[in-house]
Design a protein around this ligand. Structure first.
Ligand code: AGP
Length: 606
């Protein structure tokens, strides 16, 4: 969850590193630091707090040099403090690190016996000291790095400098790291948004890779120390895409980007005349008889899995087992050879989801990931991957990634239905045409955004909410409740409406607004009864429906109508008002909407 940047080139490294760190702020952090080399010495400035605080210190200190590294830290070992901020130095070696060194205590003890001293409470500090030790054993910088990482257990992405050497070294092991290729200048970063104002050409390092950046270019060694060529990929994210585009928050921008992100995700994958779905990523995928699907993820992506279950089981008649990644990986899941394991992750770097994928692979499953980030670990380790094309999702609260994940799951179901011949062509064509209308329908909902904003003013001071839904609308209300919780810090609980009488109804009174998602589907009459039960206990009902004349519309506090669509695509249009409701309440309350307290965009540690 930390941010890493590095630079070697002709321009002032401090300015480039600070700008790149600013673009990584969305990842969430508690301290920041830079190290700049002027050919003789490396100066380090680091402190607890924001990158802007660091910049003020640097402006005073006039760091000059054309090679440097920087870091934003999210504390995992050692409290947020100046002392525990990165970079760390050991004599002439300077390092920044993202990840966790699981055997750092053992290494620290070993080095202490050899006279090495440590100033911080972090795991990271063992790394520069270990590299220093190996340089004193006679290795050159790259050799010492190669030898040192052999001693490390855990996950690490590193950027490393040494005084008097114009070499920038990057190391990737279970924590993402990429190289930016500029015009006679080279960069290192933990992910692409840091560098998109400088280049759109990236090399995504593989686990075990060591990248050696000099003024002459980039050399990459694989885990065996062999020179290896890695593809330079063009990521077409413009700086604007990663900027706020005129919106107050990234999250609001990303909510309003959903018509285009869904269109982009669908683009080129629909063969309407043929009534087929085409995934270029799945061309090599073997399509033997699939006995069972597993869908595994965390957080919002887990809610997408729950929706995927409804979409798949209703149309493919094949069982789907959905699990939280953090549970799946430890419960010895009865995965059998040939099971089809789908992992969903916006970042593709969520530690629990990666571990679950490895667990499923070990048990013989075929693994398919649905990710939003090119080159992410999950997308590179699964047997196949499908990319949502949502563009960079900067706001910590996931919105456009979620709706594009559902679009991919819907297309994947049609892909299987066509190949397994479980659906007539004409039915597939009909469902495809419904999918094509979704971006427009999402736009319609967004045009009603002002009404949601108005509505949210009435509810911003309540302390608890209940969100109720049935069928495919149940995971949608789970997602809506998560959105409210994570950005407004108000407690909200998503619940299967049929379960209300089994406990939660005891909570209902005038202080508990109840948001009910009740489209005109097969659960309509049951939802009407639930709404009656809430109203008769003075609960305030907010009704989200696709019916212009819902039977309960006149009895509830507020109604918001969304466009009609088919059952399987209902969550995409219904979640939009829930996203906006959460956003506007949080915005009115003045919380840090894009970087909510205690949260990070990608949970790359357990
Ligand atoms: C979503 O709003 C949350 N920020 C969080 O639950 C997130 O969905 C979860 O951490 C999974 O992230 P991933 O999709 O990148 O794996």
């Amino acid at each position: 969850m930390c941010g890493i940047v590095g630079y070697i080139g002709k321009n002032r490294a401090d300015q480039i590193v600070i700008e790149a760190l600013k673009r990584l702020e969305y990842r969430g952090y508690d301290s920041a630091g830079v190290a700049i080399g002027d050919g003789q010495r490396i100066r380090i400035i680091k402190k607890k707090g924001k990158v802007d605080d660091l910049k003020r210190l640097i402006d005073k200190d006039e760091l000059s040099g054309t090679i440097g590294i920087g870091h934003t830290r999210w504390a995992t070992h050692g409290v947020p403090s100046d002392r525990n901020a990165h970079p760390f130095r050991a004599h002439d070696i300077v390092v920044v690190h993202n990840g966790i060194i699981e055997n750092h205590l053992e290494i620290k003890e070993r080095l202490k016996k050899k006279g090495y001293r440590f100033q911080s409470d972090t795991d990271t500090e063992v790394i520069p000291n270990l590299i220093l030790y190996y340089t004193r054993e006679g290795f050159d910088l790259v050799g010492a790095v190669r030898r040192a990482v052999k001693d490390l257990k855990g996950s690490y992405a590193l950027a490393i400098l040494r005084e008097k050497e114009r070499i920038l070294v990057g190391v990737r092991h279970e924590s993402p790291l990429l190289i930016g290729v500029g015009d006679g200048e080279y960069f290192i970063a933990s992910d692409a948004p840091a560098l998109i104002s400088k280049t759109n050409r990236f090399i995504f390092l593989e686990d075990g890779d060591i990248a050696v950046l000099t003024d002459d270019g980039v050399r990459i060694l694989d885990r065996n120390g062999e020179n290896v060529e890695r593809e330079i990929r063009e990521v077409n994210w413009t700086p604007m895409m990663a900027e706020k585009g005129g919106f107050k928050h990234f999250m609001l921008k990303e909510i309003y980007e959903q018509p285009s992100s869904i269109s982009d995700t669908i683009l080129g994958r629909i063969l309407e005349e043929k009534g087929e779905i085409h995934f270029e990523e799945l061309e090599e995928m073997p399509l033997s008889r699939i006995r069972k699907f597993w869908m595994v993820a965390c957080g919002t992506s887990y809610h997408a899995c729950l929706i995927g279950k409804y979409i798949f089981e209703r149309n493919l008649k094949i069982p789907v087992e959905v699990d939280l990644a953090s549970e799946f990986r430890y419960r010895e899941p009865p995965v059998r050879k040939g099971d089809f394991l789908i992992l969903i992750s916006q970042s593709g770097e969520t530690a629990d989801t990666i571990a679950a994928m490895r667990e499923g692979k070990k048990r013989g499953a075929y693994t398919l990931s649905i990710c939003n980030v090119l080159g992410s670990t999950l997308s590179r380790e699964t047997d196949s991957t499908i990319f949502t094309r949502a563009g960079p999702e900067i706001g910590v609260a996931s919105t456009k990634a979620f709706t594009t994940q559902i679009a991919v799951l819907f297309m994947l179901m049609l892909f299987f239905a066509s190949r397994m011949k479980t659906k007539e062509k004409k039915e597939i064509k009909k469902m495809i045409s419904e999918l094509k209308k979704i971006p427009h329908k999402v736009n319609e909902v967004l045009e009603g955004g002002a009404k949601i904003e108005e509505m949210s003013k009435k509810y911003m001071y309540y302390k608890n909410f209940l969100y109720l839904g049935r069928g495919i609308n149940f995971p949608t209300v789970l997602e809506g409740a998560l959105k409210l919780k994570e950005i407004s810090y108000i407690h909200a609980e998503g619940y299967a409406a049929g379960e209300m009488k089994h406990g939660p109804i005891a909570l209902i009174d005038e202080r508990m607004p109840v948001l009910c998602l009740s489209p005109g589907d097969s659960t309509y009459s049951k939802m009407c009864s639930n709404i009656e039960e809430v109203i008769s206990r003075q609960g305030k009902v907010i009704l989200i429906t696709d019916m212009d004349s819902h039977g309960m519309a006149k009895k509830v506090e507020d109604v918001f109508v969304v466009p009609k669509t088919i059952y399987e695509l209902q969550p995409i249009v219904s979640v939009i008002p829930l996203q906006l409701f959460a956003y506007h309440i949080a915005n009115f309350l003045g919380t840090d909407v894009d970087q909510p307290r205690n949260l990070a965009k990608s949970v790359t540690v357990e």
